[in-house]
Design a protein around this ligand. Structure first.
Ligand code: IVH
Length: 668
């Protein structure tokens, strides 16, 4: 009885879900839906034997995955070749037309700016969802993909038993805004764009967090041995009938076309109207419609010859300059920031733009209240391209760079040859003090558990600290004086501070915030010199001997160590017990110099990024594909058989993760 009810509930809930998220015509209220979902969830708890990974209850997530299994794609996930102008498209059409006698039918659709996914269905149930990876092997991210509401977990009877559907996973502009707002409130960071956010979210280890973030999907291709697809456009329609989200033909997200004029009509329309879409796109994709002709035209090693992407220029928008504010960095550098009338670009609301320095204000010829053109590249901070002079109000005044520090009122100084103005009131200008402490506690620096930027600001405002060493002098009573600090949080932060004493020297060196000394430079210095005293005592020439240290960094280091108050602070931190000795072998950073590596598979001790960084930090070179010039295939779990074959063909040596670890002498 209960089992029948479970079955019936699952079927109805899948159907309601489809009507809500795919066909956009809900037939029951959210309240009714939640009630049925709760009933199902309670029944499933009573009948654990009836567990189904594709039950509608699984959409809320709850699985924690340590690492994602590498999976070999049934057919490689290729990329698209790009076109940028009418001539490129004309020659694409000509090439495709040359293989068929009848007039060529084409289709055109949007190029969604997200992350590619391959969905495998067996017996009409979602078996696996795999990322693109290197095109041959991807990561099995099924538990995370099951939380995406518009991806069907179970297909209707009319769908083939076995099916592979590919498409793009993305954030709608609204979900992206909401996510970034929460993230910013939480830890002061933001995703640069919806694509990065989607890719980061798919790799989260906790699927309930994925469910909270509300990803979406749109599908663009399908394969099945049991079904003959005639045209691309018809296959999209079939996908829709089988419950998949596909581009909406009625409102012109996808259309058929025959001529280059049809194509440009579409491109011009969506280039100018893309801000009206609920998601970000970076262009459009033109495809030969007939599957038979697609097969005739075939592929290159990297991409189909029957499809081409057309990339739009990065999106621009016109908005008004409301104000210019001045940010004070940890080194006292003053950066003007344009406060803008909020405007949407590429799926993000833009409210501010950096103007870099006084010269840039002059170069832009910026007046108060000007209308300005904004462009958003791949970065978080957009830039002002130019002023729309035709819209300038009569009688408005030019923007004048401030003469005094907007916070402590000290006279600003600009040294010869430097584009930046500085506030030299290092010891008592509060924004500088706060910014130095923010840098010190940052995740990539001392990474102090239980301590965030807001708390640091409060400590500074209350006059409890003004230098990093001050953090180590605070006792329980001091912490209890802060808002929101109770027994547990106080114990937490005290433990976090204590733990920071074991942070490696290279990170301590980065944390103290010497201008131009980022984490890579800090690592190189600590490897070369081995301890702080050696760096303090090094002459400019000795500093210049270190790989990648140029005159700018060397003179910044000398300037820093010539300041008595910084030296006193270093002594204090030393006395507190922070690490000022490197435990890295001196100058071991070059052991992989001259060797090139191809990385494949999933590693036990490193993420993919970490292992790449480790190769590069040790002087090695990463290459993307195996050739006779490659020295090593660095193999993780699930390394692609075709990679191994190719390596053997070219005499490329195999290297396991353990062998690599031994080589670099690290115990990660
Ligand atoms: S068709 C062989 N259609 O663009 C690849 N791709 O640069 C056939 N993409 O990784 C893909 N929107 O993830 C196709 N409407 C669309 C697309 C699309 C976005 C992505 C796709 C692929 C990348 C290729």
């Amino acid at each position: 009885m209960s089992l029948d009810r479970i079955k019936a509930l699952r079927k109805s809930l899948h159907d309601y879900n489809f009507r809500y998220y795919v066909s956009d015509e809900p037939i029951i209220s959210d309240f009714e839906f939640d009630k049925l979902l709760l009933e199902l969830s309670e029944l499933e708890q009573k009948h654990p034997d009836a567990f189904d990974p594709n039950s509608p209850t699984q959409r809320v997530g709850g699985h924690v995955v340590k690492s994602f299994e590498a999976v070999l794609h049934k057919r490689p996930m290729l990329s698209l070749s790009n076109s940028y102008n009418r001539d490129d498209i004309a020659s694409f059409i000509k090439r495709c037309q040359s293989v068929c006698e009848e007039e060529l039918d084409l289709s055109i659709e949007l190029k969604y700016d997200g992350v590619a996914i391959s969905l495998w269905y067996e017996n009409r149930k979602l078996l696996r969802a795999v990322t693109r990876g290197d095109g041959l092997n991807g990561d099995d991210v099924s538990v995370n993909v099951r939380t995406i509401k518009n991806i069907p977990l179970v297909l209707p009877d009319l769908a083939p038993n076995e099916l592979e559907v590919r498409g793009e996973i993305y954030f709608t502009s609204d979900s992206f805004e909401e996510l970034n707002k929460k993230r910013f409130d939480n830890d002061g960071t933001k995703f640069a764009n919806p694509r990065n956010a989607a890719s980061g979210t798919l790799k989260l280890q906790d699927s309930s967090e994925v469910a909270n973030r509300r990803l979406s999907a749109l599908m663009y291709s399908v394969y099945s041995d049991e079904f003959e697809f005639k045209t691309h456009l018809k296959s999209l329609n079939l996908l829709r009938e089988w419950g998949f989200p596909v581009p909406n033909e009625e409102i012109g997200w996808v259309r058929s076309c025959k001529s280059i004029d049809d194509i440009f009509e579409y491109l011009n329309f969506w280039d100018s109207q893309r801000h009206s879409l609920p998601f970000a796109i970076d262009g459009a994709v033109i495809k030969v419609d007939s599957i038979l002709i697609q097969e005739k035209i075939g592929f290159t090693a990297k991409s189909p010859r029957w499809a081409i992407a057309y990339k739009f220029n990065s999106e621009k928008a016109l908005t008004r300059l409301l104000d210019v504010k001045y940010q004070i960095g940890r080194t006292g550098a003053i950066t003007p920031v344009a406060i803008l009338d909020p405007v949407w670009i590429s799926g993000t609301v833009i409210r501010r733009a950096s103007i870099h320095n006084a010269d840039q204000i002059a170069k832009l010829n910026l007046y108060e209240g000007d209308s300005v053109w904004i462009e958003k590249g791949g970065e978080i901070i957009p830039k002002i391209l130019e002023v729309e002079i035709s819209k300038r109000s009569i009688g408005s005044d030019p923007v004048e760079f401030v003469l005094n520090c907007p916070d402590c009122n000290s006279l600003l100084v600009r040294k010869e040859g430097d584009a930046q103005h500085y506030c030299l009131n290092v010891d008592s200008c509060k924004p500088q003090i706060k910014a130095r402490l923010h840098h010190f506690i940052h995740r990539k620096a001392m990474n102090i558990d239980g301590l965030g930027t807001e708390t640091v600001d409060q400590l500074v405002e209350m006059g409890l600290i003004y230098k990093p060493s001050g953090l180590y002098d605070l006792d329980e009573d001091d912490w209890f004086k802060l808002d929101k600090f109770r027994d547990k949080s106080v114990q937490n932060v005290l433990a976090g501070i204590e733990q920071s004493k074991s942070v490696s020297f290279e990170r301590v060196l980065f944390s103290i915030g010497i201008r131009h000394v980022g984490s890579t430079v800090a690592k190189k210095l600590s490897r070369h010199f081995g301890n702080m005293d050696a760096i303090i005592n090094a002459s400019e020439t000795e500093l210049l001997d270190v790989e990648d240290i140029g005159p700018m960094i060397a003179s910044s280091l000398r300037l820093y160590f010539s300041n008595e108050s910084y030296l006193i602070e270093i002594e204090k931190l030393k006395a507190i017990g922070l690490n000022f000795e490197s435990d890295l072998e001196v100058d071991s950073g070059n052991i992989l110099v001259g060797f090139s590596f191809v990385i494949s598979g999933v590693f036990e001790f490193f993420s993919r990024d970490e292992i790449k960084r480790s190769v590069e930090d040790n002087g090695g070179k990463i290459v993307s594909s195996v050739s006779s010039k490659t020295d090593y295939l660095l193999m993780g779990k699930g390394v692609g058989p075709s990679k191994i074959k190719k390596a053997d063909l070219h005499g490329v040596k195999h290297l396991t993760e353990m062998e690599f670890l031994k080589w670099i002498g690290s115990s990660k």
